[in-house]
Design a protein around this ligand. Structure first.
Ligand code: UDX
Length: 480
């Protein structure tokens, strides 16, 4: 009797941009694909980030539950001792294009993976990934880890240039913007992605964003970390250019849910945080001692930086507000770290008023009952995490999509206050007080409503679950 060889399972290669936010949500997607049971997954990390991930998280033991999962690494082109800080982001981009790109091409074309790759899922910013995948004949799906509202403004950059809206004529940042369909009623110059403030249209970041928008519609589909009910109008605009959208988020909540389902008999547990820095969990013990909704959490994410002058304004604003705080001061997040000694002195003086850590278990912090507000840089992951935990925000965006996100937080979703382009102690004090006293309840109501939709989208038959299932089916149907 002839034995039939079973068909080999599909094999997805996941390739994140080597930054904290993208790695975190793409690992979550990787885990969801593993949970589907019959998809092999390889996660391609840069060597540098992989070392950090292994050092600071339990990611290896978590993924050891999935025999079909592998990590593989590639060089980011930078020496080990390079700081890879935001002010040197240009070096990272250069390394990615000059070293990672040819390595990725070599890996994909020479079959250096232990099984043939049947589908690539790459971060939308990795524009070269589509060219390589096309050359070797492997279908590619992009994953835009930035916000959909931010992405839509990226798509409109050419339109903005054609209409003469960028580069800006004059310096009125409050001038309304008319060339982003769907946002005419509330978008101002200052709400556009930070790179639109350039006077030089050849600036590498604006060129990268425009390149991304040329590549993404050519891929097999586009995964987004959102849910239909949050971003419906923007998704409908994006669908006009990328008809095959997979809004599967909020991914971090998806996984908590999956984990809960899987370990029904034990108490709910938070998914691993996948941090590239050592989490200081002592802040949770500190939070346990604080009254309900009494603490403001301050974090500017993994890339944003502030000057010493800005830090001093934040400090005065906070102290004058009288509100207790939990402040994340990420290493290398202050421009001119040589002033670090002074910073420590300043912060030491407020020790009794708050808790200072260099990296927090953010999802756990936002879920803590003592947290009443979040002063954030409006990164997309942070925005979704805050929304899902019902924590109102004061937004201080730093760059890229964050300026659009903070406008949506204040004007569209009405779940926080936008403080962009301001760093003044009086304003900070007032906004923190407003958030913690008067406006918090109003914002929490809007968030209750939105997070209810999010939870529905993650339940059986919900939009994000259906989109994830469709993505899984489409991956299963792909052949090299
Ligand atoms: C980058 C971009 O800047 C952002 O605009 C884009 O939307 C995604 O990528 P980043 O600075 O990494 O953002 O911010 P964010 O997207 O919010 O991701 C930061 C992640 O780090 C969050 O998931 C947050 O939970 C985590 N974090 C942050 C911690 O776990 N601990 C901390 O102390 C701070």
């Amino acid at each position: 009797m002839e034995h039939q060889i079973p068909p080999s399972p599909p094999h997805v290669l996941i390739f994140p941009l080597p930054l904290q936010g993208p790695i975190k949500c793409m690992l979550k997607l990787a885990e969801l694909l593993c949970i589907s049971g019959d998809i092999d997954v390889t996660f391609l990390n840069t060597q540098h980030n992989h070392r950090r991930l292994l050092q600071y998280t339990a990611v290896e033991s978590r993924f050891s539950a999935y025999p079909q999962f592998r990590f593989q690494t590639v060089s980011d082109g930078l020496p080990d001792d390079h700081p890879r800080s935001t002010d040197r982001l240009g070096d990272l981009l250069k390394g990615l294009w000059t070293v990672t790109h040819p390595n990725f091409k070599e890996m994909l074309s020479s079959g250096s993976f232990d099984r043939p790759v049947t589908c690539v899922i790459a971060d939308g910013a990795l524009t070269f990934a589509l060219d390589v995948a096309e050359e070797v004949g492997i279908p590619l799906i992009y994953f835009e880890t930035i916000s959909p509202c931010g992405l839509w403004t990226y798509f409109c950059v050419q339109k903005l240039i054609d209409a003469g809206e960028i580069p800006f004529q004059g310096d009125d940042l409050d001038a309304p913007i008319q060339s982003v369909p769907g946002m005419e009623d509330f978008l101002r110059r200052r709400d556009l992605p930070s790179f639109c403030r350039t006077t030089d249209l050849n600036d590498p970041i604006i060129q990268l964003a425009m390149g991304e928008c040329r590549q993404v519609p050519r891929s097999r589909g586009l995964i987004l970390n959102t849910f239909e009910e949050l971003d419906r109008p923007v998704l409908s605009h994006l669908r006009s250019l990328c008809p095959n959208l997979y809004p599967v988020g909020p991914l971090h909540t998806h996984l908590v849910k999956k984990t809960r389902l899987e370990i029904e008999s034990t108490p709910p547990q938070r998914a691993s945080s996948d941090s590239l820095w050592q989490e200081d969990k002592s802040c949770i013990t500190w939070l346990d001692k604080q009254p309900l909704r009494s603490v403001i959490y301050i974090s500017i994410g993994s890339l944003a930086m502030m000057t010493m002058e800005q830090l001093v304004e934040f400090w005065h604003g906070l102290v004058n507000s009288g509100v207790q705080f939990l402040w994340v001061r990420r290493p290398n997040s202050i421009v001119g770290e040589d002033l670090a000694g002074q910073i420590e002195e300043l912060l030491e003086a407020t020790k009794e008023r708050g808790c200072l850590v260099s990296w927090a278990p953010q999802e756990e912090v936002l879920a803590h009952p003592a947290i009443g507000g979040f002063l954030t840089h409006s990164g997309w992951n942070s925005t979704l995490e805050s929304l899902m935990e019902g924590v109102p925000m004061v937004c201080w965006p730093y760059f890229v999509d964050q300026h659009v996100n903070s406008r949506f937080v204040s004007e569209v979703w009405k779940i926080g206050i936008d403080m962009k382009d301001t760093c003044d102690r009086v304003v900070i004090e007032k906004m923190i007080k407003d958030l913690m006293d008067v406006k918090g309840d109003e914002f929490r109501q809007s968030m209750d409503w939105l997070s209810k939709f999010a939870r529905e989208s993650l339940s059986v038959g919900g939009s994000s679950v259906c989109n994830l299932n469709r993505l899984i089916e489409d991956i299963r149907a792909m052949k090299v």
